[in-house]
Ligand binder design. Structure first.
Ligand SMILES: Nc1nc2c(c(=O)[nH]1)N[C@H]1C(S)=C(S)[C@@H](COP(=O)(O)OP(=O)(O)OC[C@H]3O[C@@H](n4cnc5c(=O)[nH]c(N)nc54)[C@H](O)[C@@H]3O)O[C@H]1N2
Ligand SMILES: Nc1nc2c(c(=O)[nH]1)N[C@H]1C(S)=C(S)[C@@H](COP(=O)(O)OP(=O)(O)OC[C@H]3O[C@@H](n4cnc5c(=O)[nH]c(N)nc54)[C@H](O)[C@@H]3O)O[C@H]1N2
Ligand SMILES: [Mo]
Length: 859
């Protein structure tokens, strides 16, 4: 399947390379831009004239969480090599940079680079375009968007971008333009399936995580389906350091992944059975009284009483003799606890007396004279968990019952405990239930808000860590979750569906026609013309660009000015232009400004008119720093030009420890999830506490008031098609690849050589034998929705009845097939109970897909 058209246009001689390495050695540890002169010796002759060599410190910015500083060596205006940086004030975070990032030069100067603006001439998806001037491309785009907005309403135009952390400035320009024009925005976090819905449900936040430097403080690290050795490669050494410090590392994964290989213990469990395991462990922790009673009473909803008649929490205003205090904000509720008397529990003051009761049943007199029975949440949980016996857990998970009991005791007694819950694990239909069950482990044991303790989910550079409002939202944004675009509106949706649907689609920083074309829907919407106009922005000719009507060539990370952050390390960094934008490419801010002024002359003023694109970007950075609030207080552009700067926090040393303020200073839950206002997210946990009891009607109807184990596929695949049960027995897991960052590097010839230029289908040898498949056979994973082919890799460490196909291959390497044609855009009703974009919204469940596998004919 090797693409014969690929060749690397850019060459570096061995001699030049050695010189470059020597020069870098001298430069190691410095940051910013500097100029060097080296002489180029010509074999056997005199030295050639001096060449200008400069080193520019920039940041690698695919959506991979690492956000590595990179130094570009530029000789006479061309990037000759990329080197890792080691300039972090805390040396533990360096050196940063992996083989993918360091070989991005193959992409920057590669054959897929888009040279000029393009307008489609042939059918969508076929890649027939004519090269046009910027003037023509911009005029055409602005007039088509205007036409569609007039005909269907501006909300029928949708701008789909990718995670904010990889660049606040350029993306911000398009977000700002969308708000000015009244377009809809797609939030990337739920679109990617990266939004772990247990977070808003339990803690009221978008997501949280310990910074890796804190891993070293843990004594027990329990990893549930997070392949850190591959997907957090640059920071994976922190895991090893933690082990060297005496921490125990246990990896729970159906597959013997590289992270399991580094663990003290690998626990192989059945796919998507994590909730059963966690609830089995929680049962042991409660029955053996290994929980932290004071923590549970102070910070959780465990002491709050639930009415047995309505199954809702008892509210203070219902109880005879109790009242709701006057100063309660509208997004809070006052519930009731019992310590011999009924107590109104103030939702903003975490100060219940410690003699409050966690167990038993009480009777309470209501204001209308009615007497009703009530129980604390803890009592209900305890009763609920009695079903999760070692025998049941073993049956559901495949993990021996005595192992479950032993691990529960270890986790409860070895502190600090850190649970890491991986994206692939929550990208299942019941990912929220698994997360709620897993959260019980650190919460019951008091491992929250403390160094080295907690539960973390590391997925993408999603996090907005300071206030971006002044640059991003000149007008209030309007958001439409991705899954509705694919599915159409649902009866229970809270987001607003545009009256005439989505008619124009603009994308940038992403490759949705490979990465998000679930069940081929997006491609069909383009081919059938439901989407009347599609605009793509990329520096490479991706599959998505092939489906676009207009393609804008944009500057790569080494050709423009940007501001980046990631949840995985605490540094703010710049992208600084090492070279001029190649060919006719331009930065997104420039393009946004040009479209803005064509749509409405009043819009241009928001985009620093008259300034060149890099100066304008610097102005935007200054604005963001000036208005970003406490996390960026005192940080200046000049400082950032010199190197990475740590963001500020309330924790000593500015460490990133989630809920530190809640636990140390007894502030109510939740802390803010930017850019949403606290009013929008605090309603998720109305008690101001960590909540395990969800009383909203949808949770009740689905039997999910408390965390529960539900097996995969029953409410998704089998509900969609009962016949799927017998027909398709393999779980189709599309984990992330070592050789790509999603579809980035799909066309990087070095990365492809390392994979023998062949997509792979991983399966267990016993499953392969049953299917008559041998190592290296070309096989096809398929279901009623689609198929994808690859070469069989038989891995005895892989779980039974699992097919792994590593996501990210561009369609052209799959002969037009797509791994995402097998997946399906299921929407879980509990994700629709509230709507705050990217915080409580329907999350994509990539792994909730069934398939079968067979030998394929050569293609
Ligand atoms: N090299 C590389 N690194 C990346 C990325 C990339 O594309 N390439 N992408 C980045 C982004 S945006 C993200 S979101 C993250 C995601 O990174 P991760 O969270 O690590 O996700 P995956 O690599 O998909 O899968 C991790 C593990 O989950 C296991 N798993 C699958 N289902 C289950 C289950 O039901 N239970 C349990 N216990 N385990 C399960 C898989 O076997 C796999 O070993 O990676 C980031 N880092
Ligand atoms: N089946 C399946 N599908 C998945 C997943 C899965 O596990 N299974 N994982 C999901 C996850 S976690 C994620 S995060 C998504 C990622 O999905 P996408 O973000 O759509 O995928 P990428 O390949 O990261 O796309 C990045 C594109 O942005 C371009 N780009 C890079 N820099 C710039 C820039 O500065 N400006 C512009 N305009 N473009 C730029 C790159 O060239 C590349 O084409 O995929 C999701 N899709
Ligand atoms: Mo992601």
């Amino acid at each position: 399947m090797k693409d014969k058209n690929e060749k690397r246009e850019f060459k570096l001689s061995r001699r030049q390379f050695l010189k470059a390495s020597a020069a870098t050695a001298v430069m190691a540890g410095t940051a910013g831009t500097s100029k060097y002169f080296i002489s180029q010796a010509v074999a056997g002759g005199s030295p050639t004239p001096l060449k200008e060599v400069k080193y520019v410190r920039s940041t690698c910015s695919p959506n991979c969480t690492s956000s590595c500083g990179i130094r570009a060596m530029v000789v006479d205006g061309q990037i000759k090599a990329l080197f890792p940086t080691n300039d972090y004030p805390e040396p533990e975070y360096g050196p940063r940079g992996c083989l993918r990032g360091l070989s991005y030069i193959n992409v920057i100067y590669g054959p897929d680079r888009i040279k000029k603006p393009l307008i489609r001439t042939g059918e969508r998806g076929k890649g027939e375009f004519r090269e046009v001037s910027w003037e023509e491309a911009l005029d055409y785009t602005a007039s088509r968007l205007q036409e569609i907005a007039t005909k269907y309403g501006p909300e029928s135009v949708c701008f789909s971008f990718q995670v904010g952390g990889t660049g606040h400035v350029q993306k911000g320009a398009w977000i700002a333009l969308s708000t000015l024009a009244g377009w809809n925005l797609n939030h990337p976090y739920d679109k990617n399936g990266d939004l772990p819905m247990f977070w808003p449900q339990t803690f009221g936040v978008q997501s949280e995580e310990l910074e890796p430097l804190e891993w070293a403080n843990s004594r027990y690290i329990a990893v549930f389906g997070s392949n850190i050795m591959v997907t957090r490669l640059i920071d994976s050494d922190f895991l090893i350091k933690a082990r060297n410090n005496g921490a125990k590392l246990v990896v729970f994964d159906p597959n013997y992944c590289p992270t399991a290989a580094k663990a003290d213990e690998w626990v192989q469990l059945k796919a998507s059975s994590d909730a059963a395991l966690a609830l089995g462990m929680a049962r042991v922790i409660i029955e053996e009284k290994l929980y932290d009673e004071e923590f549970v009473k102070t910070f959780t909803d465990m002491p709050l009483l639930v009415r047995l008649d309505t199954r809702k929490r008892l509210k203070a205003e219902e109880v005879k003799g109790l009242d709701k205090p006057a100063d309660i904000p509208p997004y809070r509720d006052v519930f009731v606890a019992y310590n011999g008397q009924f107590l109104a529990v103030h939702p903003e003051k975490l100060e219940l007396p410690l003699n409050v009761i966690l167990e038993g049943e009480m009777e309470v007199e209501l204001k209308d004279g009615q007497r009703v029975k009530v129980k604390p949440v803890f009592q209900l949980l305890k009763e609920h968990l009695t079903g999760y016996t070692p025998v049941y857990v073993e049956q559901e998970t495949g993990v021996a019952g005595d192992t479950v009991v032993r691990l529960a005791r270890e986790m409860a007694t070895t502190k600090p405990l850190h649970v890491i819950y991986g994206a692939s694990n929550y990208q299942w239909y019941h990912g929220d239930l698994k997360g709620r069950a897993l959260a019980l482990l650190p919460v019951l044991t008091g491992n929250i808000g403390k160094p080295g303790a907690g539960i973390s989910t590391y997925a993408g550079q999603y996090k907005i860590r300071f206030n971006v409002k002044e640059w991003w939202f000149p007008k209030p944004p309007r958001w439409l979750p991705w899954l509705y675009i694919l599915n159409g509106p649902t009866k229970s949706m809270k987001a607003k569906w545009p009256a005439n649907g989505v008619k124009a689609f603009i994308f940038g920083w992403g490759n949705p026609f490979d990465q998000h074309n679930m069940a081929d829907r997006l491609r069909q919407m383009a081919i059938k013309g439901d989407l009347e106009f599609i605009v793509g922005m990329d520096h490479q000719m991706t599959t998505s660009c092939l489906y676009s009507d207009v393609v804008f060539p944009v500057a790569s990370w080494y050709e423009k000015t940007e501001l980046t952050t990631t949840p995985l390390h605490p540094y703010m960094q710049l992208q600084q232009p090492a070279i001029k934008p190649l060919y006719e490419s331009k930065s997104e801010l420039w393009i946004a400004r040009e479209i803005a002024k064509r749509l409405n002359p009043d819009f241009e003023k928001y985009f620093f008119p008259g300034l060149d694109e890099n100066t304008a970007a610097e102005k935007a950075i200054e604005l963001l720093l000036a208005t970003g609030g406490p996390p960026v207080a005192g940080i200046t552009l000049e400082q950032l030009k010199k190197g990475p700067v740590r963001l500020k926090s309330e924790v000593p040393g500015n460490r990133q420890i989630p809920f530190y303020e809640q636990v140390q200073f007894k502030k109510p839950f939740p802390p803010v999830s930017r850019p949403a206002a606290i009013e929008a997210t605090a309603q998720f946990v109305k008690s101001g506490r960590i909540e395990f009891y969800k009383e909203e009607d949808t949770f009740m109807q689905l039997g999910e008031t408390l965390p529960v184990h539900k097996p995969p596929f029953v409410e998704s695949e089998y509900a969609l098609n009962p016949g799927a049960k017998g027909k398709y027995q393999f779980a189709f897991i599309t984990r992330n690849s070592l050789y790509r960052i999603h579809s980035n590097h799909s066309n990087n010839i070095w990365m492809n050589e390392l994979q023998d230029n062949k997509p792979k289908v991983f399966l267990n040898p016993e499953d392969a034998a049953e299917k008559g498949i041998k190592e290296g056979d070309l096989v096809e994973a398929y279901n009623d929705r689609g198929k994808v082919r690859g070469y069989a890799v038989l891995d005895p460490g892989q779980g039974r009845k699992i097919i792994i196909f590593e996501q990210g291959w561009w369609s052209r390497y799959l002969k037009g097939d797509s791994y995402n044609s097998l997946t399906y855009p299921f929407i879980k009703p509990t994700h629709e109970v509230y709507f705050v974009a990217g915080i409580w919204a329907p999350n994509t469940a990539w792994n909730e897909a069934l398939c079968d596998v067979r030998k394929a004919g050569e293609v």
